[in-house]
Ligand binder design. Structure first.
Ligand code: HEC
Ligand code: HEC
Ligand code: HEC
Length: 124
């Protein structure tokens, strides 16, 4: 119990140390977005991790497990690949809602904010 409380405090501490705009564990994707005149994408990893199994994305959808390792194009998403496997207006809202994904402040660096692992006893 005590360990859990410590772990939680630690996570909270890290969370509060983050720059405004990106939450703990968020991944910012920007291989082409800024270049092509839209804001970088904020992918809330934890939001998705608690709802889906890792292998749905990291094996079935083919997302490689490294921030920045995937070349994701908007055409693919519209054609039902990557994010578009779910963001198709059925499992989740559709790709027409640009701002919900392209939500980073211009100039935010791509990569993962914080860490991809929990610090607690229930480490994945
Ligand atoms: C809804 C899809 C989705 C689910 C579910 C998901 N991930 Fe991810 N994951 C991603 C995406 C997208 C990225 C970022 C890839 C990029 O930047 O190119 C990522 C990145 C990562 C990274 C790289 C982080 C880094 O530091 O470079 C790790 C590790 C990871 N995921 C582990 C997991 C684990 C473990 C689970 C299950 C508990 C999981 N993911 C569930 C989509 C998902
Ligand atoms: C479900 C999330 C999501 C939505 C909604 C979304 N995008 Fe994207 N988009 C992405 C991701 C992820 C990338 C790849 C990010 C990167 O690496 O730059 C991307 C990349 C892009 C790019 C870079 C060039 C390219 O072709 O890949 C453009 C331009 C773009 N999107 C425009 C849009 C527009 C316009 C809309 C609304 C009509 C939109 N996006 C809606 C997730 C989304
Ligand atoms: C395995 C299915 C799946 C995949 C793949 C997926 N999402 Fe989602 N996403 C969801 C669901 C379900 C929701 C919740 C929708 C709702 O609340 O109506 C969601 C919600 C979101 C939200 C809103 C989070 C919030 O706080 O409300 C964002 C932003 C988002 N997704 C971005 C992305 C991006 C970017 C990608 C690709 C890198 C992606 N998603 C891939 C299923 C998925």
């Amino acid at each position: 119990m005590k360990r859990l409380a410590c772990a939680l405090l630690l996570v909270l501490g890290l969370f509060m140390a983050l720059p405004a705009g990106a939450e703990y564990g968020d991944v910012v994707l920007d291989r082409n977005s800024t270049k092509e005149g839209v804001r970088p994408v904020v992918f809330p990893h934890w939001f998705h991790r608690i709802r889906f199994r890792c292998k749905v994305c990291h094996s079935e959808l083919g997302f490689r497990m490294r921030a920045g390792a995937n070349v994701v194009r908007m055409d693919d998403i519209i054609n039902g690949k990557f994010c578009g496997m779910c963001h198709n207006g059925q499992v989740a809202w559709s790709p027409e809602r640009c701002d919900l994904c392209h939500s980073a402040k211009p100039g935010v660096k791509p990569g993962i904010y914080g860490s991809s692992e929990t610090k607690g006893p229930g480490k994945w």
